[in-house]
Ligand binder design. Structure first.
Ligand SMILES: Nc1ncnc2c1ncn2[C@@H]1O[C@H](COP(=O)(O)OP(=O)(O)OP(=O)(O)O)[C@@H](O)[C@H]1O
Ligand SMILES: [Mg+2]
Length: 150
């Protein structure tokens, strides 16, 4: 699925629907260049999970945990140079739990991501606030993605 959003609010709107529809154990991988809007999309997902905390990127501590409708784990693996570093924080225990996990820069740790997951690419379009958001998923459990509308 592909969405063309024109501003931050529309990105958050897409994220919010994902958060509303998501189920325990869902794994959502975010891929896109610096500053494309991965963290803003994550803010929307958190909102959809009824989390009111201010969402900031966990760049230095790798993962931030929140509690909403479900537990929510927000990873940012940008600064991870070695996948072993991720294993060391107990990555598998987070992603194979009943929480919802969002992983910014998931492409850096491809080998640690289970086959069934949602993958979201965000791309900038002509130096504006427009973004192309492409959502792919593997696994029947993620069919709900088809319900998302802009
Ligand atoms: N349509 C849009 N969606 C998301 N962010 C947008 C959009 N238009 C403009 N922006 C701006 O782009 C920036 C996106 O920042 P954000 O931290 O979400 O990106 P990121 O992909 O997480 O970056 P990083 O790679 O550093 O983690 C913000 O300054 C935001 O205001
Ligand atoms: Mg970010």
């Amino acid at each position: 699925m592909e969405f063309l959003v024109n501003n931050v609010d529309e990105t958050i709107c897409i994220g919010k629907q994902i958060g509303q529809l998501s189920n325990p154990g869902d794994i959502i991988c975010l891929v896109g260049d610096l500053g494309t809007g991965k963290t803003h999309l994550t803010k929307g997902i958190a909102k959809g999970l009824n989390i009111n905390d201010h969402i900031t990127s966990p760049t230095f501590n790798i993962v931030n945990e929140y509690m909403g409708r479900l537990k929510f784990y927000h990873f940012d693996v940008y600064r991870v140079s070695d996948p072993d570093e991720i294993a060391a924080i107990g990555f598998d225990e987070y992603i194979f739990s009943q929480g919802v996990s969002v992983i910014e820069w998931a492409n850096y740790i491809d080998e640690l991501i289970p086959e069934e997951h949602i993958k979201i690419h965000i791309e900038k379009i002509d130096n504006s606030d427009s973004r192309k958001i492409t959502i792919n998923f593997s696994g029947k459990r993620y069919e709900y993605i088809k319900e998302i509308k802009l």
